[in-house]
Write a protein that binds this ligand. Structure first.
Ligand code: LM2
Ligand code: CA
Length: 474
């Protein structure tokens, strides 16, 4: 499998953005477990600012922590615990989006989502508690206005305030212990790991110290003893600054944003797909990289064709995700969005009082009510089975590409093909043992001949993907 100690051989996590805990629990039980997903990256569960002034309840209020109390727009602590236990009970793991580089932004004060008072300008967050001495001293930040504004200087990136968010002084024992206490509380509940928000803006040694103080995973929740939490570190490295993903090696998986660019280009021009993993670009090694087609940030900043793919271009998106799950590079994460139109700020589907609406499942097992649920799109969730059947060491071979078709083997274990348009009927070389297989996407039976060739037929123009693997069926 693809190394993740918490995943038990499964290879795909999903980012469910802004779902309520009650809905995540149901989704684990009714869909994710059967589909073979390892787990779910959930929105930050801790107390956050409740923003109404600049915009009513934007999604990004959750990236402004007020305390580590587990009361958020997604639900209460009780609901959070119930979700973790129910998901673990069906073998689906919970990964928490941990916002620990900073607290709320300057200029904000009032009460957080758990009712804790705070005053950012006074650097006062009594719900933790944090006071002025827990924030990075301003003389350690080399920028004129105190904000991050020079990505060429790691002191600027890590010691200054990111978009004026009060920057925690991670070098201190007290901040390290407070964050590790938050991590350990979650791990003790049964959480399997973390996505560390803004890890690029934290000194690796500070984050490492917090991780080292965090408890092992909870054996009562089904984890083997002495298992360390799994960390996904948000390090935005596009060869455009002083901070590289390589600085975080050994701490967990690092986000590989260059993959988002490569897959978007590749879906435009199949000839480029062979280079989705480009070591020449400084991309993280396969066993270090977390790869994804889009996340909640870059799906909102699309610059047009050839830029980040998202649910807004469904056919291209499906091709991008299917290819991502088929190819060997990296540990994979799939986005599950709500639709936001052209509104960068708008929060999740909500009731008139702005509390988050429930996810609705229709008769075709797709989502309604503004929830996109890419993770339920057939050619996406079916490819999870394919990836789960692979080993990272399989690599890819028998690679074939013309302008409209790309196809390759995964050693002796699998074979994948997709087309850009029209239909396909063509013979390909595989490395698979002779026999009858079921295309995991269309459910058609096909025969691999004794010479390893297979006749591939693709007729579904909306989901033009074909995949067979040893031990998989439809
Ligand atoms: C991240 N990863 O490293 C998140 O993925 C990203 O979504 C977060 O930004 C960012 N880091 C900080 O956690 C989002 C959003 C920003 C928003 C911040 C804080 O993209 O636009 O900033 O959350 O809520 C907002 C305002 C900004 C303002 C700031 C502080 O947009 O104008 O700065 O709040 O009040 C003056
Ligand atoms: Ca920082």
């Amino acid at each position: 499998g693809y190394e993740n100690p918490a995943c038990d051989g499964k290879t795909v996590v999903i980012q469910v953005f802004e779902w309520k805990w009650t809905d995540v629990a149901l989704e684990c039980e009714r869909f994710l477990s059967q589909a073979g997903y390892c787990g779910v990256q959930v929105s930050p569960p801790n107390e956050h600012a409740v923003i109404t002034a600049d915009y009513p309840y934007p999604w990004w209020q959750r990236y402004q922590p007020i305390s580590y109390k587990l009361v958020s727009r997604s639900g209460t602590e009780e609901e959070f615990i119930d979700m973790v236990h129910r998901c673990n009970a069906v073998g689906v793991r919970i990964f928490v989006d941990a916002v620990v580089n900073h607290m709320a932004g300057l200029g904000r004060q009032g009460y957080g989502s758990a009712g804790s008072p705070f005053d950012s300008d006074a650097l006062d967050f009594p719900g933790v508690p944090y006071g002025p001495e827990d924030f990075t001293p301003r003389d350690l930040c080399p920028s004129g206005d105190g904000n991050v504004n020079n990505y060429g200087d790691p002191y600027n990136v890590r010691n200054c305030y990111l978009v004026s968010l009060c920057d925690l002084y991670g070098a201190t024992d007290y901040v390290r212990q407070s964050v590790a206490g938050y991590f350990s509380k979650l791990v003790d509940i049964g959480v399997a790991g973390f996505r560390v928000d803004a890890a690029k803006h934290m000194w690796p040694e500070d984050l490492q110290a917090m991780m080292d103080m965090t408890h092992d995973l909870n054996t009562d929740q089904g984890f083997p003893s002495n298992t360390r939490p799994f960390f996904m570190l948000e390090v935005v490295d596009r060869n455009d600054g002083a901070v590289t993903v390589q600085e975080y090696y050994g701490m967990g998986r690092v986000t590989e944003f260059r993959y988002c660019q490569k897959i978007a280009w590749g879906v435009q021009n199949f000839e480029q797909l062979a280079g989705v993993y480009d070591p020449g670009w400084g991309m993280a090694d396969s066993d270090k990289a977390l790869v994804f087609v889009d996340n909640h940030d870059n799906q909102r900043s699309n610059g047009g064709p050839g830029d980040t793919l998202s649910y807004k271009w469904p056919k291209d998106y499906r091709l991008g995700v299917a290819f991502t799950l088929a190819q060997p590079y990296g540990f994979t994460r799939i986005m599950s969005s709500y639709s936001f139109g052209d509104d960068y700020d708008v929060g999740p589907p909500h009731l008139s009082d702005y509390t988050t609406a429930s996810v609705v499942i229709d008769g075709d097992n797709q989502c309604e009510g503004g929830w996109v649920c890419e993770h339920r799109w057939p050619s996406i969730y079916k490819m999870v089975r394919f990836r789960n059947a692979m080993e990272e060491t399989d690599g890819w071979d028998n690679y074939y590409c013309d302008g409209n078709v790309v196809a390759f083997s995964r050693g002796t274990r699998g074979f994948f093909a997709m087309i850009k348009s029209g239909t396909l009927s063509q013979t390909f070389q595989t490395g698979m043992p002779a026999g009858t297989y079921e295309d995991v996407v269309s459910c058609q039976s096909v025969t691999v001949q004794s010479d390893g060739t297979v006749q591939v037929t693709i007729t579904n123009e909306e989901e033009p993907v074909f995949a067979i693997c040893v031990g998989c069926d439809c």
